[in-house]
Design a protein around this ligand. Structure first.
Ligand code: COI
Length: 356
């Protein structure tokens, strides 16, 4: 039975806040965090907001050995009137529960999770940065904490929410990034955990990413794990290609993360009467479009990345320079509209924004 009252333990002194124009991604954390425990006997219980602090966890806790964990990512924004607001948090909690289901983790009450975040953000409102392109990144996550080395679903968990004032995810900011198509490794396969937001997907992406980083690429573009032919996602964002006036994004096939920004982009494009298709798209098709001059734009979409134009795509031994390596009109329009809604500078015709 879930308790509804969130116990508050406030810290005695507040940390110094970083200069908001100097923020990087995910390096600084606020004064407080939210925690709630789970046991098979009590269910999710003891929700509390406490000072941000290290955790004391048994070294045999299952998360350290078998990686049974899930996470989410969303942001809080400050409006011109000084109000704090969230963007589509219900989608994140819905996805969290889908990830939970895949990882055999007990579900969270979605409404209560949003309420917990609202209460935490209200307390940490002064941490929401105001410089252009900055926001307060919210990282809810669940770890399995039962001390046991058998391979089985844990019977104890912690659900934690930490907050980090952030700037742009890529060092390029909102300028176009360079991406390399990954030919050696795969991220996941249909039937695997690709559509769940679980740490293992990201751990398995590191080697490929490290290899291409040495050559100046921001990230890799993953192809499907069976035929190595169809485009999947970047790992930190979903991808879109504008070919001959139409936008194509890989269909959700079970191995691609269902991004909240991806969904919002699709809705905006439909609203603007710009044709958008969710379907399988191969790298050959993108290459063909590049060669015949119809590949107009490519961009990634994600909570951390927002809208990230792709200026260069390396595939086999060729560099596809897209839109002269510049931000395309559609990427710009999407970025301006999405951030306009998120920061409360534009109307919100879809009812996406949730006040804190
Ligand atoms: C997000 O966009 O919130 C993500 O979770 C991507 C990330 C791994 C930084």
């Amino acid at each position: 039975m879930e308790e509804r009252t969130i116990h508050m333990e406030l810290c005695s002194s507040r940390k110094q806040k970083p200069e908001s124009s100097q923020l990087e991604f995910g390096k600084v954390f606020t004064d407080h965090m939210f925690i709630m425990d789970y046991s098979d006997e009590l269910g999710w219980h003891d929700p509390r907001i406490v000072p941000y602090q290290p955790l004391s966890i048994d070294p045999s806790a299952m998360v350290f050995h078998y990686g049974q964990s899930v996470f989410e990512g969303l942001k809080a924004y400050i409006t011109p009137e000084g109000d704090a607001q969230l963007f589509r948090p219900e989608k994140n909690f819905h996805r969290l529960n889908r990830s939970n289901q895949r990882l055999c983790i007990p579900p969270i009450d979605e409404e209560f999770g949003i309420k917990a975040i609202q209460q935490l953000i209200a307390l940490e409102k002064d941490w929401i940065p105001t410089a252009e392109g900055t926001s307060l990144y919210i990282r809810p996550f669940i770890i399995s904490t039962e001390p046991y080395l058998g391979v089985a679903p844990s019977r104890h968990y912690k659900f934690i929410v930490i907050l980090s004032p952030v700037g742009a995810y890529y060092k390029e900011g909102i300028n176009p990034i360079k991406i390399a198509v990954e030919n050696q490794y795969v991220r996941t396969v249909v039937g695997g955990t690709g559509e769940a937001k679980t740490g293992g997907n990201y751990a398995s992406s590191l080697k490929a990413q490290e290899d291409v980083a040495k050559k100046g690429f921001a990230q890799v573009l993953w192809l499907d794990g069976v035929e190595r032919k169809y485009i999947e996602e970047v790992g930190s964002m979903n991808v879109f290609f504008k070919i001959n006036g139409e936008v194509v994004t890989p269909a959700l096939n079970g191995s691609i993360l269902e991004g909240v920004t991806r969904n919002s982009v699709n809705q905006l494009l439909k609203h603007w009467n710009i044709p958008v298709e969710e379907r399988a798209i191969s790298m050959e098709e993108v290459y063909e479009a590049y060669k015949n001059g119809t590949l107009e734009e490519a961009f990634g979409a994600g909570t951390a990345a927002v809208i990230s134009p792709i200026g260069q795509l390396a595939w086999n031994d060729e560099d596809l320079v897209i839109n002269n390596g510049e931000t395309g009109d559609l990427s710009k329009r999407l970025y301006d509209t999405l951030t306009g809604i998120q920061y409360g500078r534009r109307d919100d015709p879809f009812g996406w924004v949730v006040k804190v």
